[in-house]
Design a protein around this ligand. Sequence first.
Ligand code: PLP
Length: 377
Amino acid sequence: MAAALIDLDAAASTRPIPPSARVRELLEGRVWGNPSSLHAAGRRLKQTLDEAREVLAEAWRAEFGEVLFTSGGTEAANLALLGPALAHHGPRRRVLVSRAEHHCVLHTLAVLERLGFQVDWLPVDRVGRVWIDGLEAELGEDVLMVVAMHANNELGTLNPVEDIRARCHSVGALFVCDSVQTFPALPPVEADLSFVSGHKFHGPPGVGAIRIRAGTPVEPVLRGGGQEREMRAGTENVAAALWMAEAVLEHREHPEWTDQRRAARDAFADELDPSFVPTAPGVPTLSGHLHGRFPGIDAETALIRFDRAGVLASSGAACSSGSVEPSHVMLACGYDAKEAGEALRFTFSKDVSPDLARDAARRVNACIQAIFGNRTP
Ligand code: PLP
């Protein structure tokens, strides 16, 4: 019998909490309608949607009207970057960002360049964090926005976001923060625009949210009806928004999840073959994150073996093409292409116990030893 699967890819997606009876009513079509309709069915759904919005606003320490629902982190990132650019007709033509950001940011910036903005790259240290002196050197009154993620999705390291925000605001630039990997587990960042994704914290996939701080000039990207305060057209997915809000409430009920993730990560790391080289030893990271390499073994070879052994891990960002590319984050940190092609990410959700983590490590070790054993000297 094949060994049970052990999911060590929580940074890619997490198992949704069981839907409540109210979510099920919507999913099973016992309650339906359009939250923009003025009749009773519409009003009922609008109320449910606003309840969900209230929960997110509280977790974000935001005003109720600052939170808008989207189809996920990627759509929210597009609005967070394109929205302020489309709304700006003044002299601020530069955007500052590092190459360690998620592709939903990096690929959207290419559109900003086509709109006539100049993208200038911020240096990062060896573990993917924006280097503050480098930011300071680039900042000026011609900067429209600075984009920096709260935690890096590959390495799990944390940007000095408070420092970045303060420096942005000192020159009147906007601070845009990708909070996908930290919300709602860590205290929220006071950015002008920030965004989150339901499936990263035990909500369903295909739903997310953006916070646009009151007074921030933003033009909508999706055009159509006047939903979400005319900022994001399209009929809202009420079931998904409510389910995501319930996941936020579950997090509030279970502060111990952070320690559970850490315990699983540490148990795994302790058991792991000593040839593993962690990328950020001794550096604060998300509690359930372990990133590193087995030097000499490319990530694709390792991941195929792990998969066969029932251990689900990744080389970094989940990629729709299914291929393993050298990690752009590792390249941004100064690693060479060979090293970047060896990068592995093991990420632990609350659902992985330390015993299961040790089991996974033993399976990983067997794979690594088999790969080395197959090598002809
Ligand atoms: N930003 C970061 C840091 C992520 O890890 C992800 C997902 O991998 C996203 C944005 C995109 O979120 P979504 O999957 O909801 O589109």
